[in-house]
Design a protein around this ligand. Structure first.
Ligand code: FMN
Length: 157
């Protein structure tokens, strides 16, 4: 059986960490992409992104259908948006049920919110075994440190 690392990354931080985890675990990766585009610059990104979380939006994913039956371990990664996971992760939860998997969680943030995010993700997937969680503060600011930390975490799962 094998491992899938599935993540959304708006500005590359979660991707940096997700790729390091996948490399360490020899895992497949899926970077979730949405048909809806969020503004990338200025204060607008916080406004639209935050609003999207608060309204519980589930933007349409444009990825190919993922065959989760191939994987016994699924690592889910998200940036923290408005104190929670980003809306594309909500879309993933809505579209993909999981049972009896080993699940690891990671999040990237600018100051906090990972704890609440992780507990919501655990609630979303009750019939699974959670094997680890880790949060990163703006990993792109210290890429090598973050990559090493991610690789160490992944190697111990
Ligand atoms: C719409 C939006 C909302 C955010 N909300 C939070 C937040 O509530 N708490 C926090 O610590 N960081 C917040 N951030 C910062 C991101 O979580 C942080 O920059 C993260 O590293 C981005 O990951 P990414 O580059 O993979 O998108 C927010 C960023 C955006 C764009």
């Amino acid at each position: 059986m094998s491992t899938l690392v599935v993540f959304f990354s708006f500005e590359g931080n979660t991707k940096l960490v997700g790729d390091a985890i996948a490399k360490t675990m020899g895992a497949d990766t899926v970077e979730l992409k949405t048909s809806k585009q969020y503004p990338t610059a200025g204060i607008g990104k916080f406004f639209w992104g935050g609003k999207s979380v608060l309204f519980g939006e589930t933007p349409q994913l444009v990825n190919e259908r993922i065959d989760l039956s191939k994987y016994d371990t699924v690592i889910i990664g998200t940036p923290i948006w408005a104190g929670s996971f980003a809306p594309p992760i909500k879309s993933f939860i809505t579209e993909y049920q999981m049972k009896g998997k080993r699940i690891g969680l990671f999040a990237c943030h600018g100051g906090g919110g990972a704890k609440k995010c992780f507990s919501k993700l655990r609630e979303a997937y009750p019939e699974n075994q959670f094997i680890g969680e880790i949060a990163f503060l703006e990993p792109k600011k210290n890429p090598q440190v973050s990559v090493n930390e991610a690789a160490k975490w992944a190697s111990e799962l």
